[in-house]
Write a protein that binds this ligand. Structure first.
Ligand code: MV4
Length: 501
Protein backbone atom coordinates (compact mmCIF):
# COMPACT_ATOMS: atom_id res chain seq x y z
CA UNK A 1 0.00 0.00 0.00
CA UNK A 2 1.46 3.34 -1.02
CA UNK A 3 -1.41 5.76 -0.55
CA UNK A 4 -4.40 5.55 1.83
CA UNK A 5 -7.50 7.72 1.62
CA UNK A 6 -8.77 8.54 5.10
CA UNK A 7 -12.57 8.72 4.75
CA UNK A 8 -13.09 10.67 7.96
CA UNK A 9 -12.36 13.95 9.74
CA UNK A 10 -11.40 15.35 13.16
CA UNK A 11 -9.22 13.57 15.68
CA UNK A 12 -9.47 10.08 14.17
CA UNK A 13 -8.42 11.35 10.75
CA UNK A 14 -5.35 12.98 12.36
CA UNK A 15 -4.65 9.74 14.24
CA UNK A 16 -4.80 7.60 11.10
CA UNK A 17 -2.66 10.08 9.13
CA UNK A 18 0.02 9.85 11.85
CA UNK A 19 0.11 6.05 11.54
CA UNK A 20 0.36 6.30 7.73
CA UNK A 21 3.24 8.75 7.98
CA UNK A 22 5.14 6.48 10.36
CA UNK A 23 4.68 3.55 7.95
CA UNK A 24 5.91 5.60 4.99
CA UNK A 25 2.43 5.53 3.46
CA UNK A 26 1.07 8.71 1.85
CA UNK A 27 -2.21 9.98 3.34
CA UNK A 28 -5.06 11.46 1.32
CA UNK A 29 -7.46 13.60 3.35
CA UNK A 30 -10.99 14.41 2.27
CA UNK A 31 -12.77 17.48 3.55
CA UNK A 32 -16.09 19.27 3.32
CA UNK A 33 -16.29 23.02 2.74
CA UNK A 34 -16.65 23.50 6.51
CA UNK A 35 -13.42 21.56 7.13
CA UNK A 36 -11.27 23.35 4.56
CA UNK A 37 -8.84 24.62 7.23
CA UNK A 38 -9.09 21.67 9.60
CA UNK A 39 -5.97 20.10 11.10
CA UNK A 40 -6.49 16.76 9.34
CA UNK A 41 -6.36 18.54 5.97
CA UNK A 42 -3.10 20.26 6.87
CA UNK A 43 -1.61 16.98 8.16
CA UNK A 44 -2.19 14.98 4.95
CA UNK A 45 0.05 14.71 1.89
CA UNK A 46 -2.89 15.32 -0.44
CA UNK A 47 -6.35 16.75 0.30
CA UNK A 48 -9.53 16.63 -1.78
CA UNK A 49 -12.70 18.65 -1.25
CA UNK A 50 -15.68 16.31 -1.47
CA UNK A 51 -18.68 18.59 -0.98
CA UNK A 52 -20.62 20.93 1.28
CA UNK A 53 -20.75 20.63 5.08
CA UNK A 54 -23.70 18.22 5.56
CA UNK A 55 -22.33 14.69 6.08
CA UNK A 56 -24.72 13.23 3.53
CA UNK A 57 -23.10 15.52 0.94
CA UNK A 58 -19.56 14.76 2.03
CA UNK A 59 -18.28 12.14 4.50
CA UNK A 60 -21.25 9.82 3.87
CA UNK A 61 -21.22 10.27 0.08
CA UNK A 62 -19.82 6.96 -1.27
CA UNK A 63 -19.44 8.05 -4.90
CA UNK A 64 -17.56 11.24 -3.96
CA UNK A 65 -15.23 9.32 -1.65
CA UNK A 66 -14.46 6.74 -4.34
CA UNK A 67 -14.02 9.50 -6.92
CA UNK A 68 -11.48 11.19 -4.60
CA UNK A 69 -9.66 7.85 -4.23
CA UNK A 70 -9.57 7.39 -8.00
CA UNK A 71 -8.41 10.95 -8.66
CA UNK A 72 -5.57 10.71 -6.15
CA UNK A 73 -4.46 7.18 -7.02
CA UNK A 74 -5.16 5.86 -3.52
CA UNK A 75 -4.91 2.09 -3.20
CA UNK A 76 -6.74 1.72 0.10
CA UNK A 77 -9.41 3.42 2.20
CA UNK A 78 -9.48 3.72 6.01
CA UNK A 79 -13.03 4.55 7.24
CA UNK A 80 -12.15 5.46 10.85
CA UNK A 81 -15.23 5.27 13.12
CA UNK A 82 -18.77 6.57 12.64
CA UNK A 83 -19.78 7.70 9.12
CA UNK A 84 -19.46 4.68 6.76
CA UNK A 85 -17.13 2.61 8.96
CA UNK A 86 -19.74 -0.10 9.69
CA UNK A 87 -21.69 -0.01 6.40
CA UNK A 88 -21.08 -3.30 4.56
CA UNK A 89 -22.15 -1.71 1.26
CA UNK A 90 -19.34 0.88 1.57
CA UNK A 91 -16.71 -1.82 2.21
CA UNK A 92 -18.07 -3.68 -0.85
CA UNK A 93 -17.98 -0.51 -2.97
CA UNK A 94 -14.35 0.13 -1.96
CA UNK A 95 -13.32 -3.42 -2.81
CA UNK A 96 -15.44 -3.29 -5.97
CA UNK A 97 -13.39 -0.28 -7.05
CA UNK A 98 -10.23 -2.39 -6.69
CA UNK A 99 -9.13 -0.70 -3.46
CA UNK A 100 -8.38 -2.32 -0.09
CA UNK A 101 -10.83 -1.63 2.73
CA UNK A 102 -8.82 -1.19 5.93
CA UNK A 103 -11.23 -3.08 8.16
CA UNK A 104 -13.14 -6.38 8.27
CA UNK A 105 -14.59 -8.26 5.28
CA UNK A 106 -18.06 -6.95 4.30
CA UNK A 107 -19.63 -10.29 5.32
CA UNK A 108 -18.28 -9.85 8.87
CA UNK A 109 -19.66 -6.31 9.06
CA UNK A 110 -23.05 -7.56 7.88
CA UNK A 111 -23.10 -10.56 10.24
CA UNK A 112 -22.47 -8.35 13.28
CA UNK A 113 -24.66 -5.51 12.06
CA UNK A 114 -27.96 -7.35 12.51
CA UNK A 115 -28.40 -7.75 16.27
CA UNK A 116 -30.53 -10.93 16.25
CA UNK A 117 -28.34 -12.52 13.56
CA UNK A 118 -25.30 -11.68 15.72
CA UNK A 119 -26.92 -13.19 18.83
CA UNK A 120 -27.76 -16.35 16.88
CA UNK A 121 -24.18 -16.73 15.68
CA UNK A 122 -22.78 -16.06 19.17
CA UNK A 123 -25.00 -18.70 20.73
CA UNK A 124 -23.88 -21.19 18.07
CA UNK A 125 -20.25 -20.23 18.71
CA UNK A 126 -20.58 -20.83 22.46
CA UNK A 127 -20.25 -17.15 23.35
CA UNK A 128 -22.42 -16.32 26.39
CA UNK A 129 -25.52 -14.30 25.43
CA UNK A 130 -28.14 -12.89 27.80
CA UNK A 131 -30.78 -15.58 28.54
CA UNK A 132 -33.89 -14.97 26.43
CA UNK A 133 -35.19 -15.47 22.95
CA UNK A 134 -33.43 -14.85 19.70
CA UNK A 135 -36.28 -14.94 17.22
CA UNK A 136 -38.99 -12.33 17.29
CA UNK A 137 -41.92 -13.06 19.61
CA UNK A 138 -45.24 -13.76 17.90
CA UNK A 139 -47.60 -12.32 20.51
CA UNK A 140 -47.96 -11.30 24.20
CA UNK A 141 -48.84 -14.91 25.14
CA UNK A 142 -45.50 -16.17 23.82
CA UNK A 143 -43.76 -13.29 25.62
CA UNK A 144 -45.42 -14.31 28.90
CA UNK A 145 -44.35 -17.93 28.46
CA UNK A 146 -40.72 -16.95 27.76
CA UNK A 147 -40.68 -14.49 30.66
CA UNK A 148 -41.92 -17.22 33.03
CA UNK A 149 -38.99 -19.37 31.87
CA UNK A 150 -36.23 -16.76 32.26
CA UNK A 151 -37.71 -14.90 35.25
CA UNK A 152 -38.55 -11.24 35.85
CA UNK A 153 -37.54 -8.51 35.41
CA UNK A 154 -37.12 -8.89 31.65
CA UNK A 155 -36.01 -6.49 28.91
CA UNK A 156 -38.18 -6.19 25.79
CA UNK A 157 -35.90 -5.24 22.86
CA UNK A 158 -36.55 -4.23 19.25
CA UNK A 159 -34.66 -6.51 16.85
CA UNK A 160 -33.98 -3.52 14.55
CA UNK A 161 -33.11 -1.27 17.51
CA UNK A 162 -29.70 -0.63 19.02
CA UNK A 163 -27.85 1.91 21.10
CA UNK A 164 -30.54 1.72 23.74
CA UNK A 165 -33.40 2.67 21.40
CA UNK A 166 -36.52 0.46 21.51
CA UNK A 167 -35.80 -1.16 24.89
CA UNK A 168 -37.94 -1.36 27.98
CA UNK A 169 -37.64 -3.05 31.38
CA UNK A 170 -40.72 -5.03 32.51
CA UNK A 171 -40.99 -5.93 36.21
CA UNK A 172 -43.83 -8.50 36.18
CA UNK A 173 -46.34 -10.47 34.14
CA UNK A 174 -49.15 -7.95 34.61
CA UNK A 175 -47.17 -5.27 32.78
CA UNK A 176 -45.77 -7.51 30.03
CA UNK A 177 -48.66 -7.65 27.48
CA UNK A 178 -49.03 -3.84 27.45
CA UNK A 179 -45.28 -3.34 27.25
CA UNK A 180 -45.03 -5.87 24.45
CA UNK A 181 -47.70 -4.13 22.36
CA UNK A 182 -46.14 -0.70 22.99
CA UNK A 183 -42.69 -1.96 22.02
CA UNK A 184 -44.01 -3.47 18.77
CA UNK A 185 -45.74 -0.26 17.67
CA UNK A 186 -42.73 1.88 18.67
CA UNK A 187 -40.35 -0.40 16.77
CA UNK A 188 -42.64 -0.33 13.72
CA UNK A 189 -42.68 3.48 13.62
CA UNK A 190 -39.02 3.99 14.62
CA UNK A 191 -37.33 1.24 12.61
CA UNK A 192 -40.01 0.06 10.16
CA UNK A 193 -39.74 -3.36 11.76
CA UNK A 194 -41.94 -4.36 14.71
CA UNK A 195 -39.98 -7.49 15.64
CA UNK A 196 -39.25 -7.59 19.36
CA UNK A 197 -37.55 -10.20 21.51
CA UNK A 198 -37.02 -10.79 25.21
CA UNK A 199 -33.97 -10.97 27.47
CA UNK A 200 -33.37 -11.46 31.19
CA UNK A 201 -32.84 -7.95 32.60
CA UNK A 202 -29.29 -7.67 33.93
CA UNK A 203 -29.33 -5.46 37.04
CA UNK A 204 -26.63 -2.81 37.47
CA UNK A 205 -24.34 -4.10 34.74
CA UNK A 206 -21.01 -2.66 33.69
CA UNK A 207 -20.21 -2.08 30.04
CA UNK A 208 -16.89 -3.87 29.48
CA UNK A 209 -15.56 -4.37 25.96
CA UNK A 210 -12.67 -6.47 24.65
CA UNK A 211 -10.28 -5.39 21.89
CA UNK A 212 -9.56 -8.05 19.27
CA UNK A 213 -7.20 -7.97 16.30
CA UNK A 214 -7.25 -10.56 13.50
CA UNK A 215 -4.93 -10.86 10.51
CA UNK A 216 -5.57 -12.48 7.13
CA UNK A 217 -3.62 -15.61 8.10
CA UNK A 218 -6.05 -16.94 10.71
CA UNK A 219 -4.44 -15.37 13.80
CA UNK A 220 -6.86 -13.71 16.22
CA UNK A 221 -5.73 -12.16 19.53
CA UNK A 222 -7.44 -10.15 22.24
CA UNK A 223 -5.70 -7.11 23.72
CA UNK A 224 -7.47 -6.76 27.05
CA UNK A 225 -10.67 -5.07 28.10
CA UNK A 226 -11.90 -1.49 28.42
CA UNK A 227 -14.30 -0.29 31.14
CA UNK A 228 -16.84 2.02 29.45
CA UNK A 229 -19.60 2.37 32.05
CA UNK A 230 -19.19 6.14 32.44
CA UNK A 231 -21.58 7.09 29.68
CA UNK A 232 -24.59 9.33 29.23
CA UNK A 233 -27.45 8.36 26.90
CA UNK A 234 -25.22 5.67 25.34
CA UNK A 235 -22.45 8.18 24.62
CA UNK A 236 -19.27 7.16 26.40
CA UNK A 237 -17.54 9.95 28.35
CA UNK A 238 -14.70 8.25 30.25
CA UNK A 239 -13.03 4.92 29.54
CA UNK A 240 -10.28 3.09 31.41
CA UNK A 241 -8.20 -0.06 31.27
CA UNK A 242 -7.79 -2.35 33.12
CA UNK A 243 -11.38 -2.41 34.41
CA UNK A 244 -11.35 -1.98 38.21
CA UNK A 245 -13.29 -5.25 38.58
CA UNK A 246 -11.65 -7.54 35.99
CA UNK A 247 -8.99 -9.89 37.39
CA UNK A 248 -6.62 -12.00 35.24
CA UNK A 249 -8.95 -15.01 35.26
CA UNK A 250 -12.01 -13.02 34.14
CA UNK A 251 -9.84 -11.20 31.56
CA UNK A 252 -8.76 -14.51 30.06
CA UNK A 253 -12.36 -15.78 29.91
CA UNK A 254 -13.75 -12.59 28.37
CA UNK A 255 -10.81 -12.44 25.96
CA UNK A 256 -11.37 -16.00 24.85
CA UNK A 257 -15.09 -15.33 24.29
CA UNK A 258 -14.24 -12.25 22.24
CA UNK A 259 -11.75 -14.17 20.10
CA UNK A 260 -14.38 -16.86 19.58
CA UNK A 261 -16.91 -14.21 18.50
CA UNK A 262 -14.44 -12.73 15.99
CA UNK A 263 -13.54 -16.15 14.57
CA UNK A 264 -17.20 -17.09 14.15
CA UNK A 265 -17.69 -14.32 11.56
CA UNK A 266 -14.32 -14.63 9.83
CA UNK A 267 -13.13 -11.35 11.28
CA UNK A 268 -10.12 -9.39 10.06
CA UNK A 269 -8.53 -6.13 11.35
CA UNK A 270 -9.26 -4.42 14.68
CA UNK A 271 -12.66 -4.91 16.31
CA UNK A 272 -14.33 -4.70 19.72
CA UNK A 273 -16.69 -7.17 21.40
CA UNK A 274 -19.01 -5.49 23.92
CA UNK A 275 -20.23 -7.34 27.01
CA UNK A 276 -22.58 -6.67 29.89
CA UNK A 277 -20.70 -7.59 33.07
CA UNK A 278 -23.06 -8.42 35.94
CA UNK A 279 -22.12 -7.78 39.62
CA UNK A 280 -21.69 -11.53 40.15
CA UNK A 281 -19.00 -11.69 37.48
CA UNK A 282 -21.08 -13.32 34.76
CA UNK A 283 -20.79 -11.64 31.37
CA UNK A 284 -22.95 -11.62 28.27
CA UNK A 285 -22.35 -10.66 24.64
CA UNK A 286 -24.00 -7.33 23.74
CA UNK A 287 -22.70 -6.59 20.24
CA UNK A 288 -19.53 -6.36 18.19
CA UNK A 289 -18.21 -3.08 16.80
CA UNK A 290 -16.52 -3.80 13.48
CA UNK A 291 -14.29 -0.70 13.48
CA UNK A 292 -11.48 1.04 15.34
CA UNK A 293 -13.05 2.74 18.36
CA UNK A 294 -12.74 6.21 19.83
CA UNK A 295 -11.24 4.79 23.02
CA UNK A 296 -8.54 2.65 21.40
CA UNK A 297 -5.64 4.78 22.80
CA UNK A 298 -6.01 3.49 26.39
CA UNK A 299 -5.38 -0.04 25.12
CA UNK A 300 -2.35 1.20 23.17
CA UNK A 301 -0.81 2.80 26.27
CA UNK A 302 -1.34 -0.17 28.62
CA UNK A 303 -0.47 -2.96 26.16
CA UNK A 304 2.22 -1.12 24.19
CA UNK A 305 0.60 -1.61 20.77
CA UNK A 306 -0.33 0.66 17.85
CA UNK A 307 -3.74 -0.57 16.70
CA UNK A 308 -3.99 1.63 13.60
CA UNK A 309 -0.53 0.49 12.49
CA UNK A 310 -1.73 -3.10 12.92
CA UNK A 311 -4.76 -2.32 10.73
CA UNK A 312 -2.50 -0.95 7.98
CA UNK A 313 -0.16 -3.97 8.16
CA UNK A 314 -3.07 -6.46 8.12
CA UNK A 315 -4.64 -4.73 5.09
CA UNK A 316 -1.25 -5.10 3.40
CA UNK A 317 -1.36 -8.87 4.00
CA UNK A 318 1.29 -8.80 6.74
CA UNK A 319 1.03 -11.08 9.79
CA UNK A 320 -0.20 -9.73 13.12
CA UNK A 321 2.48 -7.75 14.96
CA UNK A 322 0.93 -8.46 18.38
CA UNK A 323 2.02 -11.38 20.57
CA UNK A 324 -0.45 -13.68 22.30
CA UNK A 325 -1.20 -13.30 26.00
CA UNK A 326 -0.07 -9.69 26.40
CA UNK A 327 -0.56 -8.56 29.99
CA UNK A 328 -1.62 -5.03 31.00
CA UNK A 329 1.09 -2.74 32.41
CA UNK A 330 -0.10 0.22 34.49
CA UNK A 331 -3.43 1.93 34.01
CA UNK A 332 -4.85 4.33 31.39
CA UNK A 333 -7.85 6.64 31.43
CA UNK A 334 -9.45 8.59 28.58
CA UNK A 335 -11.67 11.66 28.94
CA UNK A 336 -13.63 12.61 25.84
CA UNK A 337 -13.51 16.39 25.47
CA UNK A 338 -16.71 17.31 23.65
CA UNK A 339 -18.36 20.56 22.60
CA UNK A 340 -21.20 20.10 25.07
CA UNK A 341 -22.08 22.19 28.09
CA UNK A 342 -22.25 19.95 31.19
CA UNK A 343 -23.56 22.87 33.22
CA UNK A 344 -26.29 23.27 30.63
CA UNK A 345 -27.60 19.72 30.33
CA UNK A 346 -24.81 18.67 27.95
CA UNK A 347 -26.44 20.72 25.20
CA UNK A 348 -24.29 20.94 22.06
CA UNK A 349 -22.05 24.03 22.14
CA UNK A 350 -20.78 25.99 19.14
CA UNK A 351 -18.22 28.74 18.79
CA UNK A 352 -14.68 29.64 17.74
CA UNK A 353 -11.77 28.27 19.74
CA UNK A 354 -9.96 31.51 20.49
CA UNK A 355 -7.19 29.76 22.43
CA UNK A 356 -6.20 26.11 22.81
CA UNK A 357 -3.51 24.87 25.18
CA UNK A 358 -3.15 21.09 25.45
CA UNK A 359 -1.35 19.30 28.31
CA UNK A 360 1.73 17.15 27.84
CA UNK A 361 4.47 15.71 30.03
CA UNK A 362 5.09 12.14 31.16
CA UNK A 363 2.19 9.76 30.42
CA UNK A 364 -0.09 12.36 28.81
CA UNK A 365 -1.51 12.01 25.27
CA UNK A 366 -3.84 14.37 23.45
CA UNK A 367 -5.53 12.99 20.30
CA UNK A 368 -7.18 16.13 18.96
CA UNK A 369 -8.76 17.42 15.78
CA UNK A 370 -8.86 21.12 16.70
CA UNK A 371 -6.53 24.12 16.96
CA UNK A 372 -6.71 27.78 17.99
CA UNK A 373 -9.07 29.38 15.49
CA UNK A 374 -11.16 26.27 14.75
CA UNK A 375 -14.85 26.97 14.26
CA UNK A 376 -17.03 24.39 16.00
CA UNK A 377 -20.50 23.98 14.47
CA UNK A 378 -23.34 21.48 14.65
CA UNK A 379 -22.63 19.62 11.40
CA UNK A 380 -20.59 16.85 13.01
CA UNK A 381 -20.10 14.83 16.19
CA UNK A 382 -19.19 17.10 19.13
CA UNK A 383 -15.94 15.25 19.95
CA UNK A 384 -13.11 17.81 19.94
CA UNK A 385 -10.35 15.55 21.20
CA UNK A 386 -9.43 12.90 23.73
CA UNK A 387 -7.26 13.43 26.78
CA UNK A 388 -5.57 10.13 27.64
CA UNK A 389 -3.17 9.49 30.51
CA UNK A 390 -1.11 6.51 31.64
CA UNK A 391 -0.01 5.86 35.23
CA UNK A 392 1.79 3.02 37.03
CA UNK A 393 -1.43 2.44 39.00
CA UNK A 394 -5.07 3.57 38.81
CA UNK A 395 -4.48 6.10 41.61
CA UNK A 396 -1.46 7.56 39.79
CA UNK A 397 -3.45 7.68 36.53
CA UNK A 398 -6.29 9.54 38.27
CA UNK A 399 -3.83 12.02 39.78
CA UNK A 400 -2.24 12.55 36.38
CA UNK A 401 -5.64 13.03 34.71
CA UNK A 402 -6.50 15.66 37.33
CA UNK A 403 -3.26 17.52 36.55
CA UNK A 404 -3.79 17.23 32.80
CA UNK A 405 -7.39 18.47 33.05
CA UNK A 406 -6.13 21.48 35.04
CA UNK A 407 -3.61 22.15 32.29
CA UNK A 408 -6.02 21.79 29.36
CA UNK A 409 -7.38 25.15 28.25
CA UNK A 410 -10.04 25.57 25.58
CA UNK A 411 -11.24 29.17 25.34
CA UNK A 412 -14.27 30.06 23.23
CA UNK A 413 -16.97 27.51 24.07
CA UNK A 414 -18.07 25.30 26.96
CA UNK A 415 -16.79 21.70 26.90
CA UNK A 416 -17.17 18.49 28.90
CA UNK A 417 -13.87 19.29 30.67
CA UNK A 418 -15.84 20.70 33.63
CA UNK A 419 -17.63 17.35 34.04
CA UNK A 420 -14.42 15.28 33.88
CA UNK A 421 -12.65 17.56 36.38
CA UNK A 422 -15.32 16.77 38.95
CA UNK A 423 -15.45 13.05 38.22
CA UNK A 424 -11.73 12.57 38.95
CA UNK A 425 -12.36 14.07 42.39
CA UNK A 426 -15.43 11.94 43.05
CA UNK A 427 -14.97 9.23 45.71
CA UNK A 428 -17.36 6.85 43.91
CA UNK A 429 -15.37 7.07 40.69
CA UNK A 430 -12.11 6.83 42.65
CA UNK A 431 -13.36 3.66 44.34
CA UNK A 432 -13.96 2.04 40.94
CA UNK A 433 -17.30 0.76 42.24
CA UNK A 434 -19.53 2.16 39.51
CA UNK A 435 -21.82 0.78 36.78
CA UNK A 436 -23.73 2.06 33.74
CA UNK A 437 -25.90 4.17 36.04
CA UNK A 438 -22.94 6.25 37.29
CA UNK A 439 -23.52 9.41 35.25
CA UNK A 440 -27.26 9.57 35.95
CA UNK A 441 -26.99 8.65 39.65
CA UNK A 442 -23.66 10.30 40.60
CA UNK A 443 -21.95 12.15 37.76
CA UNK A 444 -24.56 14.76 37.01
CA UNK A 445 -24.95 15.65 40.70
CA UNK A 446 -21.28 16.62 40.81
CA UNK A 447 -22.18 19.54 38.58
CA UNK A 448 -24.74 20.96 41.01
CA UNK A 449 -22.27 23.29 42.68
CA UNK A 450 -24.06 24.64 45.84
CA UNK A 451 -25.36 28.19 45.25
CA UNK A 452 -23.38 29.66 48.20
CA UNK A 453 -20.12 28.54 46.61
CA UNK A 454 -21.15 30.06 43.31
CA UNK A 455 -21.97 33.40 44.99
CA UNK A 456 -18.63 33.36 46.82
CA UNK A 457 -16.77 32.69 43.59
CA UNK A 458 -18.58 35.47 41.79
CA UNK A 459 -17.77 37.86 44.67
CA UNK A 460 -14.10 36.87 44.63
CA UNK A 461 -13.94 37.35 40.88
CA UNK A 462 -15.69 40.74 41.08
CA UNK A 463 -13.29 41.95 43.75
CA UNK A 464 -10.25 40.63 41.95
CA UNK A 465 -11.41 42.25 38.73
CA UNK A 466 -12.02 45.59 40.51
CA UNK A 467 -8.57 45.38 42.06
CA UNK A 468 -7.02 44.55 38.75
CA UNK A 469 -8.63 47.55 37.11
CA UNK A 470 -7.74 49.93 39.95
CA UNK A 471 -4.20 48.53 40.02
CA UNK A 472 -3.87 49.15 36.32
CA UNK A 473 -4.96 52.72 37.03
CA UNK A 474 -2.68 53.38 39.97
CA UNK A 475 -0.22 50.62 40.67
CA UNK A 476 2.01 52.96 42.74
CA UNK A 477 -0.81 53.43 45.28
CA UNK A 478 -1.18 49.72 46.11
CA UNK A 479 2.30 48.16 46.46
CA UNK A 480 0.84 45.27 48.52
CA UNK A 481 -0.89 44.10 45.37
CA UNK A 482 2.24 44.19 43.30
CA UNK A 483 4.12 42.14 45.93
CA UNK A 484 7.64 40.80 45.57
CA UNK A 485 6.57 37.81 43.43
CA UNK A 486 7.04 35.44 46.36
CA UNK A 487 3.53 34.32 47.42
CA UNK A 488 0.61 33.78 45.03
CA UNK A 489 -0.87 36.14 42.50
CA UNK A 490 -2.25 39.67 42.73
CA UNK A 491 -5.70 38.13 42.26
CA UNK A 492 -5.19 36.10 45.42
CA UNK A 493 -3.77 39.02 47.33
CA UNK A 494 -6.73 41.14 46.30
CA UNK A 495 -9.15 38.45 47.45
CA UNK A 496 -7.18 37.96 50.67
CA UNK A 497 -7.17 41.69 51.32
CA UNK A 498 -10.94 41.38 51.38
CA UNK A 499 -10.86 38.27 53.55
CA UNK A 500 -12.37 36.04 50.88
CA UNK A 501 -9.76 33.25 51.03
C1 MV4 B 1 -29.39 -4.54 28.43
C2 MV4 B 1 -29.30 -3.98 29.73
C3 MV4 B 1 -29.70 -4.78 30.81
N1 MV4 B 1 -30.16 -6.04 30.60
N2 MV4 B 1 -29.85 -5.80 28.26
C4 MV4 B 1 -28.17 -0.54 26.03
C5 MV4 B 1 -27.57 -0.40 24.69
C6 MV4 B 1 -27.81 -1.68 24.02
N3 MV4 B 1 -26.72 -2.05 23.19
C7 MV4 B 1 -27.99 -2.70 25.10
N4 MV4 B 1 -28.20 -1.95 26.32
C8 MV4 B 1 -28.56 -2.58 27.46
N5 MV4 B 1 -29.01 -3.84 27.34
C9 MV4 B 1 -30.25 -6.52 29.33
N6 MV4 B 1 -30.73 -7.78 29.14
C10 MV4 B 1 -28.82 -2.66 29.87
C11 MV4 B 1 -28.48 -1.96 28.74
C12 MV4 B 1 -28.04 -0.59 28.93
C13 MV4 B 1 -26.72 -0.24 28.72
C14 MV4 B 1 -25.79 -1.18 28.28
C15 MV4 B 1 -24.45 -0.78 28.12
C16 MV4 B 1 -24.06 0.53 28.37
C17 MV4 B 1 -24.98 1.45 28.77
C18 MV4 B 1 -26.32 1.09 28.96
C19 MV4 B 1 -27.26 2.04 29.38
C20 MV4 B 1 -28.56 1.66 29.56
C21 MV4 B 1 -28.96 0.34 29.33
Amino acid sequence: MKRVLVANRGEIACRIIRACREEGIEAVAVFSEADRFSPHVQAADVAVEIGPAPSAESYLHVERLLEAARRTGADAVHPGYGFLSERAHFAEAVEGAGLRFIGPPPAAIRAMGEKTEARRRMEAAGVPVVPGTIDALKDPQEALAVAERIGYPVMVKAAAGGGGKGMRRVADGAALPGAFRAAVSEAKSAFGDGSVYLEKFIERPRHVEVQVVADAHGRVVHVGERECSVQRRHQKLIEETPSPVVDPDLRARMGQAAVQAARSVGYRSAGTVEFLLAPDGTFYFLEMNTRIQVEHPITELVYGVDLVREQLRIADGMPLGIADGLRPRGHAIECRITAEDPLGGFLPATGRITYLRVPSGPGVRWDGGIETGSDIGLDYDPLLGKLIVWGESRERAIRRMRRALDELLIVGLPTSQAFHRRVVDDPVFQSGAYDIGYVDHVGLKLLDVPPAEVALRHAALAVALAEHESRQASVALAPELVGDGSGGSAWLRAARLRGLR
